[in-house]
Write a protein that binds this ligand. Sequence first.
Ligand SMILES: Cc1cc2nc3c(=O)[nH]c(=O)nc-3n(C[C@H](O)[C@H](O)[C@H](O)COP(=O)(O)OP(=O)(O)OC[C@H]3O[C@@H](n4cnc5c(N)ncnc54)[C@H](O)[C@@H]3O)c2cc1C
Length: 415
Amino acid sequence: MLQKNSRAFGRREKYDEFILRLVGITKRNYVNYENDHQDIRDGVRKLCLEFGSEYWRNCDRDRAYPTDFVTELTRSGYLGALIPQKYGGFELQISAAAAILEEIHRSGGNAAACHAQMYTMGTVLRHGSDEQKSRYLPGIADGSLRLQAFGVTEPASGTDTTSLRTTATRKDDKYIVNGQKIWTSRAEHSDLMLLLCRTTPVDQVKKRSQGLSVLLIDMREIPQSQLTIRPVRTMMNHSTTEVFFENMVVPVNSLIGEEGNGFKYILSGMNAERILIAAECIGDAKWFIEKAVKYANERVVFGRPIGQNQGIQFPIAKTYADVRAAELMLKEAARRYDIGENPGEEANLAKMLAADASCAAAEVCLQTHGGFGFAEEFDVERKFREAKLYQVAPISTNLILSYLAEHVLDMPRSY
Ligand SMILES: Cc1cc2nc3c(=O)[nH]c(=O)nc-3n(C[C@H](O)[C@H](O)[C@H](O)COP(=O)(O)OP(=O)(O)OC[C@H]3O[C@@H](n4cnc5c(N)ncnc54)[C@H](O)[C@@H]3O)c2cc1C
């Protein structure tokens, strides 16, 4: 349980020993990274021990939502980490939130089922009215209200967000919403949805980024005939959906901030999202490395551990170097974010480097395991599938490179 101002889990060494014994990793195979927020990390690891490989494997096999895990994480307070104390949260720094997500992934779990509960509320916090904050944030902090659906991507527009086609038309004290979203993850496990839609037709604005607005939709109040949510089955267990709005009526007080400024509000949340996803990728990469090292040291072929061969140990050592480098960039992005700067460059770099490092580590881990890497019970193939996503979402590697080229290196816009 996360406790305000407490050093929750006693002496470090004893705890490490306990964890090592439980997870069956020998001291030799356990990489002791220098870490910040150690108390929080220990607490998350302890919680994750209750949800071992079999739990995640079963969820994956059935494409089931990890309800028990999310309930426990919510109960422990971790998902309210970033919410100010006056609204019932823990008001922690982004580096602490990153530590929570990293440890979930490092333990072999997957925070994608609930990570959005941590950061989607940022748009309400930064741009919502006092009335909206008081109405929603306490419930989000204690988990009685789930805000984990974020409807931006559409089938026709893709990455080109400002050409999205979902409209919200004002009629008296209501908006009438029509359109379609794709990849709206967790919509079936959320009470609220943050929706980006067009409120002024594109031919009536100077720039396409204008005339877009953010609505906070209370899906519990919408009749089924106006809102259809259909699951989209993907290569990993992600609870993602497509969503259809048919003359959906929402009260005008669902509008966050000013009408027409929604694109800016969505952009303002991107740094936090990139940093937190990077942390998940770092956690995955560490899991792959530890798993690969353990197997390489134990598997004997031709009368010696396969890890004795440089052909096996060098790729693992290389991914370890990649992870440590990506981790430094993540720390720098989080540090700058926590002191109130706008670390667009660092957040993008961290996300790209961490996603690349976790994919490389996934590849190496699979290769190290040979045939067993493909067996479900080793968990490598599941984590491999899960790690792939972060090459594309929430932003693809190409678009990060475009950002760096244009906004950091001052080269011409390519699209
Ligand atoms: C499992 C999953 C969960 C998701 N969850 C959410 C969610 O909760 N909410 C949400 O709104 N979205 C979500 N997304 C959407 C995700 O953010 C998008 O898939 C991602 O931004 C890429 O958009 P796209 O799929 O439309 O690809 P496209 O925009 O069609 O691009 C296809 C490919 O072309 C490349 N490309 C496009 N334009 C350029 C260019 N100018 N230069 C170079 N390369 C280019 C891209 O990098 C990409 O590799 C999710 C996606 C997935 C797969």
